[in-house]
Design a protein around this ligand. Sequence first.
Ligand SMILES: [Zn+2]
Length: 482
Amino acid sequence: MERRRRNALILRSLIAFLIALIVIFLVILIRFGIRSGLFDRGWKELVTTLTGAPEEISPEEPVPGTAVLEAENAASDAGSAQDQIEKTLEEASVYAAQYDYQRAIDLVKSRQEYNTSPKLQNFVASCQAQKDACAAWPLDQITHVFFHTLIRDNAKAFDGDENEAGYNQVMTTIPEFNSIIQQMYDRGYVMVSLHDMCEVHEDGSVSRKEIRLPDGKKPFVLSQDDVSYYHYMKGDGFAEKLIVDENGEIKNTYLEEDGSRSVGDYDMVPLIDRFVKEHPDFAYHGHKGIIALTGYEGVLGYRTDEVYKTREESRLTAYQRAFLEANPDFDFENEVKQAKAVAEAMKEEGWEFASHTWGHINPIAYGYEATVQDTQRWLDNVAPITGDTDVLIFAFGADINDWTPYTRENEFFSYLKDKGFSIFCNVDGSQTCWVQFGDDYMRQGRRNLDGYRMYYNPQMLEDLFVVEEAWDDARPTPVPEM
Ligand SMILES: [Zn+2]
C-alpha cells in the first residue's frame, strides 16, 4: 500500500517534470522559429506540398523560382499581344479587301497595341495609300443585273411540262449563275448597294453618294426577284426555302425525289455568301444584293401572308387550299417567326430587301386604287418580316412613268413616295446603264441575265461575261420567244 502510493507520487512528479521540459522546449523553439521565419517558410511549403497551389510570393522576400515565373508571364503576355495584333490585322484586312479602308484604319488605331506595333502602323499606312489611290466611280455608269430563283435540277425544270417555257425564258441554272459571277469577278466587278449610290434623307430628299474603288474595279448592283419559292414551282427542281443552319449560315433546303430534305447552296443568296467568303473583294463594304419580294404566297419559302392565317375562302387560291390541306399542322405564327429569323440573318450578311409589289402587279395597268391596296398589303404582310425598305423593284419590268423624271403630279409616285419608297428600279436591257436622280428619288434600269437574254442577245451581255462560257447545255433550244 505504502509502496504503491510512493510509486504513484514518483510517476506524477516524473510526468510533471516531462511536461515542464516539453513546455520549455516549445517556448524556446517558437521564439527561435518566429525570429528566423522558419515557421512561415515551413507553413507555406507544407501548403504547397499538400495542395500543389503556388505560393503567395511577397515582393520583399522572393523565393527561388520567382524570376523564372515572372519571365514566363512576360513571355505569355507578349504572346497574347502578338495574338491580338494578328487578330486585329485579320479583321481589318477583310475591311480593306472590301474597300472600306477607313473602317480598317479606325479599327487598327483603336487597339492599344497600335502605338507600339510597327506591323499595325505599316498596315495603316498601306490602307491610307490604297484609299488615296481610289477614284470616285460615276454613278450613272453603274449597271444593275438581276436573276430569278435559280434552277437546281435541270431535268425537273426542263421536263416538258407547261412551266418549262417560262423557266427557260426567265430563269438561270446554277452552273450558269456560277459562271456568270466568276466571269464578272474576274473582270473586276464589285457588288454595291443601291444605298451606296444614294442617300435617302429623313426629310425625303435624295442625294448622291460616292463610290470609291481602286483602278480596274467597277461597281454593279445585284438583285433577285420573287424569292418566294411559289407553290407552282414545287417539284420543278427549285429550292424549297431559305434557312439559317446550325452555323448561322444561310442555306437552302431542297426536297429530294425520295422525300428526304437536303441542305445546301441551291440559290443565289447562299451561293453569293460562299463566293464572298472566298472572294471578300467582290462585296463593296460587305454589301451584297437586294432581294425583291412579293407577298401573296409569303416570302423566302415561308407561307407568311395573312390568307394562310385567315383562310378567307374568297381569297384562297387553289394552290393555297391544297397547301393547307396537305399541311394540317401548319403553324402560322411559327412560320412568320422563322421567316423573320432568316431575314434578320440575311441583313447581317449584307443583304437588303425591296418591295416587288405584294401581288406582282404592274401599277398603271392595275389602277391607282388597286395599287394602294396592294402596297398596303405589302406593308402589312412583308415589311414586318423584312423591316422597312425604301426600294421598289417593279414587277414585269414595269414602271409608273416613262424615262422622263418623276414628279409629284404623278399620283403613283406621290403615293409611293409618301409610303416611304424613294428608290425605283425597272427593267431596261437595251443599255448597259440607266440611272436617274431626282431631288427626292433615284431610278435605275436593270438587266435580266436569263435564258431569253443569253439566247437572243448575247452581244448585249459582252460587258459582263461571255455567254458561250456560261451557257448550260441542259437548256432546251430554241428558248421560246416571248
Ligand atoms: Zn417578278
